[in-house]
Design a protein around this ligand. Sequence first.
Ligand SMILES: [Fe+2]
Ligand SMILES: [Fe+2]
Length: 291
Amino acid sequence: MSNPNQPEIEARKGIDFGLDENLPKYWHSNDPFKTRLHDALQSTFPEGERYFISSVRAFRDRITDPKLQHEVKEFTMQEAQHGIAHTVFNDLLEKQGMPMKRLLAEHKNKTKEDERRWSPEYNLAITAAAEHFTALLADTYFSNKETTAGMHPKMRALFAWHAIEEMEHRSVAFDVMKDVAKVGYWTRAKAMVRATWIISYFMFHFADEMLKADGFSKWQRRKMFVKNIPWMYGPRKGILSSFTPNLLRYFKPNFHPEDIPVVHNYGQWVDVYDKTGNPHDACDAMIAAAY
Ligand SMILES: [Fe+2]
Ligand SMILES: [Fe+2]
């Protein structure tokens, strides 16, 4: 059953996170590995979001439900704004000496190849699967105080805004996939396996390339990876393992994204943002209300 508390989708435009050269290079816990893993993940967002928008828009003319038509419009606006904000940060990474042009070209070639190679239905199914990942960000990162404790406040605010909006539009690609493109269970499940692989591959591969560009040797990079295994995969609080239970719910045949409750401190972010227009204050309020 759908969640009656699912919030409306609201595209908030032109938010400035104040990201500039003053941001510490290793903004997450002063830790190269933790920072570069997040840098790598977020670096794929602009191209990923272009791919998501285009996968959904391929079915736009077949959508007859006015509510879903409206949601697709808002989804498109939100994703476009996310792309702009993360491009600002990717430009900063380039200035830091990260090989962003090369890495982003590699990612773009991969998504373009997928668009050529797979049917519109399968590309949409990969999009819906990836959207399930991003929808889980709010819960994984912001339901508790601990996960984001070492993050620079400006980066934390960027991730909080993105996580909030991902939760708001979490059903759009899924509903278009199921109700309009009529994608069946096995294609949806197969697409989730593929999306998991693609996201993981680019995150670790790009983090490694960035650490290499920082001057760390292969041996040093391996040591960093091993040292951070509990942070990533610790059984209860690992940042990646804490995704797993909700991620696996996607494989239930009658799954719908709104079956998962909205993160409990969603309202705090929205209330403060609506009053102040300040994403940093909104993020602080969300974290103050976290467990
Ligand atoms: Fe997004
Ligand atoms: Fe999204």
